[in-house]
Design a protein around this ligand. Structure first.
Ligand SMILES: Cc1cc2nc3c(=O)[nH]c(=O)nc-3n(C[C@H](O)[C@H](O)[C@H](O)COP(=O)(O)OP(=O)(O)OC[C@H]3O[C@@H](n4cnc5c(N)ncnc54)[C@H](O)[C@@H]3O)c2cc1C
Length: 477
């Protein structure tokens, strides 16, 4: 039991005590930003993984699992867009990532492996600690899962699964994304089949090379899964099923295009926006410019547009524009996209527009799934030797079967965000409780704020939020 508050340590030492739940990218960037600000604070990051700064995304060990943007786009320093390129240059100069030379492009155009990006995040945290520690600030990694957050006098208490209780002045939820609620529970249902983790190359290497593989979902996780299969020596057929059957486009590096949304703030409804975007894309193409150029200018306006939109407009966007937005905006790194395109051309990988209905009993060593193809009334059963679930993220916390989201909702400390995407917060990340009150000492950043900003997940979103939240917390005692 941590009893520093009972000892009055926080007040005596002049520290602010900040508990961060989740030590992936968001929690780690927040901790780093807090270390760099004047003042003394004790930051404790509660994270079950062995290392901070990685989470699911940046724990990748496979070199082919890369960032989906080049180094020029993935700085974690909102004040220095070249921060990752600079770190990477130094890293490559001292012999790190020797394969980078094979790509024959400038460092800023490289798409680094995500595991390497995790190392960059960790080093930036270590540097920030070196700035904060002489001022009396510290970051500590507490290994464990938070299962309960509750008010504690003027502050907050976080309970861990092992019974440990931590007290702080504020707590921040940086819990990231949760797997889609309809994830096939292969083992739980007793279906005799093989379910594979999209990133587990070692497990895939145990498959027969010609084994037919089924993949649910056709987004970037599917692209990673195909890279994993290839690395594992799989050479059999791959059947990909997703509701719309859309593949992510490949990311190119188009020249800058005029920021047309900044010039016309009256454009708001999804329909108006789409019409104008299409017009801009056509204009670009007529000038020989890639359609990705106008699309990329939209990105920085998304939080403003989403937060200004009515719920009806947001629903309209989610229903009609989202699949298109996902495949055009969340684009694939070029090397991975080339692999998918090659397998598709060879007929080894096939994409089907079909929705997953559930698992079916299957003979030993097989997995069978029920699907309904787009436009068809009847469902059908498809079997393979293995199933990979890449069907995405569950943003509705009411459907997340984990202790902390359940407890926070049941206690009324949080409420679902707009359209039940993530949780509700004020524009600065302070959570809003079930009665609509803004919390004084409970905050969130990153994917839990999906409903507030729509795009609240990518490296740049998280980096900007971490900086703003650190500044807010620095003034919050
Ligand atoms: C596979 C993958 C690839 C991605 N690739 C890119 C990319 O190329 N470019 C890009 O811009 N974005 C990418 N993203 C999106 C984004 O960068 C990540 O989602 C980012 O990791 C978000 O950081 P986070 O810390 O909020 O979440 P996470 O990295 O998911 O970290 C959350 C952490 O919280 C911990 N946690 C959860 N609940 C608790 C609890 N109750 N107690 C204690 N700890 C808890 C988890 O263990 C986890 O480590 C990718 C995401 C994924 C999943």
């Amino acid at each position: 039991m941590d009893n520093h508050r009972e000892n009055g340590m926080s007040d005596r030492a002049g520290h602010t005590d900040i508990l961060i739940v989740g030590g992936g990218l968001s929690g780690t960037l927040l901790a780093a930003q807090l270390m760099r600000l004047p003042g003394r604070r004790r930051v404790r990051v509660i994270e079950p993984r062995a290392e901070l700064g990685r989470g699911e995304a940046y724990s990748a060990v496979e070199l082919g699992h890369t960032l989906n943007g080049n180094a020029a786009r993935m700085s974690v320093d909102p004040d220095n867009a070249d921060d990752l390129s600079q770190w990477l240059s130094e890293f490559i100069d001292v012999g790190g990532w020797p394969e980078a030379h094979e790509q024959r492009v400038s460092v800023s155009e490289l798409f680094p492996p995500r595991g390497l990006f995790g190392l960059y995040v960790q080093q930036r945290l270590a540097e920030a600690q070196a700035v904060g520690e002489p001022q009396g600030s510290s970051v500590e990694h507490i290994r464990g899962e938070a299962v309960r957050v509750s008010p504690d006098g003027p502050g907050v208490q976080v309970q861990l699964a092992d019974g440990q209780c931590l007290q702080g002045d504020v707590a921040v939820l940086a819990t990231g994304m949760f797997a889609a609620a309809h994830t096939p529970q292969i083992h739980a249902t007793g279906v005799n089949a093989t379910a594979l983790d999209p990133w587990d190359v070692a497990a895939m290497a145990r498959l027969a090379p010609q084994a037919p593989v089924l993949i649910i979902g056709s987004g970037l996780t599917m692209v990673d899964a195909v890279v994993s299969l290839e690395q594992a020596g799989h050479r059999g057929p791959i059947e990909v099923f997703s509701r719309h059957g859309l593949l992510p486009h490949v990311r190119r590096q188009p020249p800058a295009w005029v920021d047309f949304l900044a010039q016309d703030l009256s454009l708001r409804s999804p329909r108006q926006l789409l019409r104008e975007l299409r017009r801009q894309c056509r204009a670009a193409q007529q000038q020989g410019v890639d359609w990705q150029a106008p699309l990329d200018t939209v990105r920085s306006h998304i939080p403003r547009l989403w937060s200004q939109a009515s719920d009806a407009q947001r629903r309209q966007f989610v229903r009609h524009v989202r699949p298109w937005w996902e495949s055009h905006h969340h684009r694939s790194p070029p090397l991975s996209a080339a692999l998918v395109a090659r397998l598709h051309q060879q007929g080894r990988l096939r994409i089907h527009a079909a929705s997953f209905q559930g698992l079916e009993p299957a003979p030993s060593g097989q997995v069978c799934i029920r699907l309904r193809r787009r436009g068809q009334a009847q469902s059908e059963v498809v079997c393979g030797a293995a199933l990979i679930n890449s069907s995405g993220i569950e943003y509705d916390w009411r459907r997340v079967a984990k202790p902390l989201p359940q407890q926070l909702l049941a206690s009324g400390l949080i409420q679902p965000g707009p359209l039940a995407l993530g949780i509700a917060a004020d524009p600065g990340g302070a959570l809003i409780d079930a009665q609509g009150q803004v919390a004084r000492c409970l905050f969130a950043l990153g994917p839990p704020l999906r409903g507030m900003w729509w795009e609240s997940t990518a490296v740049t979103d998280v980096a900007i939020q971490a900086k703003a939240l650190a500044e807010r917390l620095a003034h919050c005692r």
